[in-house]
Design a protein around this ligand. Structure first.
Ligand SMILES: *Cc1c(COP(=O)(O)O)cnc(C)c1O
Length: 239
């Protein structure tokens, strides 16, 4: 085994242990939580190792990095999630490899994703990114729509050809009433998910929790955690 492979094996086992412990503590079954490994800033060779180690979902936040990486890994049985702020001029590229876009936060993006998904003959899963630090109907500092905008955007996605409404995503806010209160933030996201599922029962994905707060997310009821640095190491640059 190469050194990198040993390192990723060890880190992945550590994260797996944390998820299992969090599930046990919350009285949840381990298979209720899916691990998505955030591979941003790391090379395709790491994705390949992760795939060999059994990882089935990876996430990226920049199309410039993700597109060539996904192309290099197109032979792997792995799903690609896009989790970054997405400009409409990148949508055609992203739709070429992403199975799920977790950062849907505005009507114009929905229109663009739908158009490109239809053109590519693909169905793209969409999560509405919720900004818990945004004003009533505004948008968050790091993307996302305020809770008041979820319903309208959900309807739009649900009715858009080529798109599938899968659920909600959030990043624990650094500012506002939820700053430093991850558990409360994720519980709020769960409540919003309950509301959304009244109209859209199949939209049951709840993506929350990262390396630092995956336990809080699992405790709150998240179905997907997005873990980067705890698996791959601390990123050399912001991303
Ligand atoms: C980078 C990133 C993560 C992973 O963060 P870590 O702290 O490295 O686990 C999760 N979600 C999003 C949206 C990200 O951009």
């Amino acid at each position: 085994m190469t050194e990198r492979r040993e390192q990723l094996t060890r880190n992945l086992a550590g994260v797996e242990e944390r998820i299992a412990a969090a599930c046990l503590a919350a009285g949840r079954k381990r298979d209720e939580v899916t691990l998505i490994v955030v591979t941003k800033t790391y090379p395709a060779s790491d994705v390949r190792i992760l795939s060999e180690l059994g990882v089935r979902h990876v996430a990226e936040n920049r199309d410039q990095d993700a597109a060539p990486k996904a192309a290099e890994c197109s032979d792997l049985p792995i799903s690609w999630h896009f989790v970054g702020q997405l400009q409409t001029n990148k949508v055609r590229s992203v739709v070429g490899y992403a199975d799920v876009v977790q950062s849907v936060d505005r009507a114009r993006l929905v229109t663009s994703l739908s158009k490109e998904a239809v053109r590519a003959g693909r169905e793209i899963g969409c999560l509405i990114q919720v900004a818990l630090d945004a004003e009533e109907s505004g948008r968050g500092e790091r993307g996302g729509v305020a809770p008041g905008g979820i319903e309208e955007l959900g309807e739009l996605v649900a009715g858009a050809p080529g798109l599938r409404l899968d659920g909600l995503m959030t990043v624990a806010p650094l500012a506002g009433e939820y700053a430093g209160r991850q558990r409360a933030a994720f519980e709020r996201l769960m409540d919003l998910s309950t509301d959304l599922r009244r109209a859209h029962p199949a939209a049951n994905m709840v993506s929350a929790g990262m390396s630092a707060d995956l336990e809080e997310a699992v405790a709150a009821g998240a179905t997907h955690v997005r873990v980067g640095s705890a698996v791959l190491g601390v990123r050399p640059r912001l991303g």
